[in-house]
Design a protein around this ligand. Structure first.
Ligand code: UD1
Length: 363
């Protein structure tokens, strides 16, 4: 019996482990223990994903909560170490690039427990992003690295990782999307918000670089103010962004816009339905660049770089940066063309199955 401890801490982690845990449950040779670090804890950022995606309740919750990067990383490490000593797993499996990912892999590697990173090798080449630091640290000490796109394998090879440790398996976030498409279609969020398909823009923002600095946040809000004169905007606001809008006094300007619908963070199914029928999506999320690629919905990424280049070369994504005029130009260009994307290789809903098969062979 192969005993795995799965770690999840933040919203995008839950979407990824949903598929991995399902695939593990279907294998009698694997015992799974789920540890929630508690990095995200609000109902809308955590429990709602467990309920909607049918994720088993965590066996252990470290309840670390929010804090600075050092605080959060250190607390996860301190609280995870005794858990791993007690559980004695054969391997620890982490996903994505959040603080919970890097902290957990550090603890496991130092205890001599094998480490598995799902969604390895992605690089923005921008070390001002906390996620880029997490990706580099995690990959450099992981024993098995599962990549979503060919760039991931190329980056790892360039960094000197042995090919034998790297497996191109596809994208577990897309597994979850495929499994939940029909359920999401039944969501009545369009009716609730009085929206017709293809008539609105969907916006998400949460990167510290974009939302913590007043001038950049203002650039984005100025672009949104223009866009909402053209079409309705639906904007579920991440708690970090909400706080920053309030701190910088930009909240009232946003609230006063007549065609702007500001919402609390949404659950997975409502968000998937909104994304599927949006005319366009504007975001700084990594996962949403991938999901819009599969849904064939134009996506403007409000960043100067992406660690997911396949969403541009094969998908519907375009980088527009953070200047108001560049965002507006990207918006006009995206609307004037029909989205021209194709499904990246192995983004077929079966990535988790491939991962489990490989784990049973090599561990
Ligand atoms: C984290 C990840 C980011 C990921 C994002 C998804 C890191 C470094 N960042 O960013 O990669 O894309 O999650 O959402 O790991 N808060 C709540 N409720 C919660 C969680 C957070 O209100 O359940 C508030 C707190 O004020 C907190 C702030 O949001 O200080 C930011 O949370 P944090 O987990 O530090 O980072 P995120 O911006 O969510």
């Amino acid at each position: 019996m192969l005993k795995l401890v799965h770690i999840a801490g933040a919203r995008p982690n839950f979407v990824k482990i949903a598929s991995l845990l399902k695939a593990c449950q279907q294998e009698s040779g694997i015992e799974s223990v789920l540890v929630h670090t508690g990095q995200h804890y609000s109902h809308s950022m955590s429990q709602s994903f467990f309920e909607e995606l049918d994720i088993p309740q965590p066996d252990i919750n470290l309840e670390v909560g929010s804090g600075s990067h050092a605080y959060q990383t250190a607390e996860i490490m301190k609280r995870l170490e005794p858990v791993l000593l007690e559980q004695k797993p054969d391997a620890v499996l982490v996903v994505g690039d959040v603080n919970s990912t890097a902290a957990s892999v550090l603890v496991a590697a130092k205890l001599g427990i094998r480490t598995i990173h799902v969604e390895a090798g992605l690089r923005s080449f921008d070390r001002t992003m906390p996620e880029e630091i997490n990706r580099i640290v995690t990959d450099s000490i992981s024993d098995l690295l599962f990549v979503t796109e060919p760039s991931g394998a190329e980056n790892l090879r360039r960094e000197g990782v042995a090919d034998a440790k790297v497996f191109f398996v596809g994208n577990v976030m897309i597994d979850t999307l495929e499994r939940n498409k029909e359920k999401a279609a039944a969501s009545d969020i369009l009716r609730t918000l009085n929206l017709k398909p293809q008539t609105y823009a969907l916006v998400t923002l949460h990167r510290p670089h974009n939302v913590d600095q007043a001038d950049i946040l203002q650039n984005i809000v100025d672009a949104l103010a223009q866009i909402q004169t053209d079409m309705k905007i639906i904007f579920p606001i991440h708690p970090r962004t909400k706080k920053s809008l309030a701190d910088h006094g930009i909240c009232q300007q946003l609230e006063a816009l007549p065609n702007m619908n500001l919402l609390e963070p949404l659950g997975y199914l409502d968000f998937l339905k909104l994304m599927s029928h949006a005319r366009i999506v504007l975001t700084d999320s990594g996962g949403i660049q991938e999901e819009t690629t599969i849904l064939g919905v134009p996506c403007l990424t409000l960043r100067d770089n992406t660690e997911r280049p396949i969403t541009i070369s094969q998908g519907t994504n375009r980088l527009v940066g953070l200047q108001t005029t560049d965002i507006l130009t990207g918006y006009q260009e995206a609307l004037s063309m029909s989205p021209d994307g194709r499904r990246p290789d192995l983004w077929d809903g079966k990535a988790a199955e491939r991962i489990v098969k490989i784990l049973l062979e090599v561990l």
